[in-house]
Design a protein around this ligand. Structure first.
Ligand code: DP6
Length: 391
């Protein structure tokens, strides 16, 4: 829904977007500018009532001397990066103007903005997170999905193929393309073999590298939506360790692709794709035990290829390891998996637990919650992805 100020002919849109956590991890790019991943990935969208980014974008009439784009992030002016410019340019290229409908004195009035007028307007972006930025939880997935979706709406861009919006978000940050949808989401890498990869141009790949909601029966989907609980352990940093990671994911994944033989084996054996297929089956079969096993192995593999990189990259800390060990101990004592963990390029841990086991499991984590975490965020799967809101 676009707001129009008739006095100064400025336009405004507000969007909110959830974060997502990958169960099958994206790590490594075929192309740095188009952000085409080496493998497909699968994620869970987190309920945006608990964690989300909110972005307000205004298009205002501008003098030629004005800055073209202004970005305010969590109340402070920030740099407009090359990636943000890539998102902006991709959307600007696709605009054909926009028509705003308003009701005035009971009549519907239409105001049209031609493409040329839109392209001259200044873009003012204000983005904030409803979770403490200092918690060290990644906000790029929600922030960039929000920004690209709001911008597409403002420029009147409708999808010309299924998943096109996700290609805009992907240009801002790979993982952002998965925040467009609720539930379980797969980001398709865009090719199914090396031969196909070699035969496609960057532009063709870019149109194929899209995110989509995972297709499982609605009964199975409802089972997970109703039962899966998520606890985010915001782990305390260790002495001398800041809250932000020392090696950003973008740099880390490049080092891994350039140097890790294990990573090459992961890709040559098509393990991410195998894990996606197995996970999708566990979702359809409502099989938490296997869901947990694949999720845990995927996270371990991400951190294994990081350690195999040269120089090695360590994201987890000793406190993270304590949480991993406790989860494994609980599962061993129960004789089946009742808790799974997933860790991205950082030291925080996402725990997955079924509703009936939540109290027992969190009780087993009591000491760690008190001593090793800054806080524990209890949440669940988000049914909705990015959306335009009205204020
Ligand atoms: C470990 O999406 O932050 O979270 O595409 O360079 O912006 P860029 O990287 P980003 O990487 C996320 C990596 C990960 C795994 C995942 O989310 O799949």
């Amino acid at each position: 829904m676009i707001g129009l100020n008739n006095q100064d002919r400025s336009l405004e849109v507000i969007a909110t977007s959830p974060i997502n956590i990958a169960l099958v991890k994206y790590w490594g790019k075929v192309d740095e500018d188009y952000i085409i991943p080496w493998n497909s990935s699968l994620s869970i969208t987190i309920d945006q009532n608990d964690l989300c980014s909110k972005t307000r974008i205004r298009l205002v009439q501008a003098d030629e001397s004005d800055e073209q784009i202004e970005l305010i992030l969590n109340g402070k002016k920030d740099k407009v990066t090359k990636r943000i410019m890539n998102v902006v340019n991709a959307i600007r290229e696709r605009t054909e103007g926009v028509t705003i409908k308003q009701i005035r004195d009971g009549n519907q009035i239409e105001t049209h903005f031609e493409k040329e007028e839109l392209l001259k307007m200044k873009i003012m972006i204000e983005s904030e997170n409803n979770f403490a930025t200092a918690s060290g939880l990644a906000s790029s997935s929600s922030g960039l999905s929000c920004l690209s979706f709001a911008l597409a709406e403002l420029f009147g861009v409708k999808e010309s193929f299924e998943g096109e919006y996700s290609t805009f978000a992907r240009l801002g940050s790979g993982s952002a393309c998965r925040s467009l949808y609720g539930g379980f989401v797969q980001w398709h890498c865009g090719f199914s073999s090396r031969d196909q990869l070699d035969s496609l141009s960057k532009e063709e790949l870019s149109r194929k590298s899209i995110a989509k909601q995972i297709d499982i029966s609605s009964e199975s989907m409802n089972y997970w939506l109703d039962n899966l609980q998520i606890a985010i352990c915001c782990v305390k940093p260790e002495k001398d360790q800041g809250l932000t990671k020392e090696i950003p994911s973008t740099d880390g994944m490049k080092i891994t692709i350039d140097t890790s033989e294990l990573m090459r084996a992961r890709l040559d054996c098509n393990l991410p794709q195998k894990h996606i297929e197995q996970l999708t089956m566990t979702l359809e079969n409502r099989d938490f035990n296997s869901f947990a096993e694949i999720t845990i192995k995927e996270t371990n593999q991400l951190h294994a290829v990081c350690l195999d990189s040269y120089p090695p990259i360590f994201y987890i800390n000793e406190r993270t390891k304590k949480i991993i060990k406790q989860a494994l101990k609980i599962n061993k004592e129960k004789g089946k998996n009742i808790v799974a963990y997933s860790i991205d390029a950082g030291f925080h841990v996402f725990l997955f637990i079924m509703k009936e086991d939540k109290e027992f499991v969190l009780n087993e984590f009591k000491d760690l919650i008190e001593n090793d975490m800054d806080r524990l965020i209890q949440t669940r799967i988000g049914r909705e992805g990015v959306k335009i809101i009205k204020e």
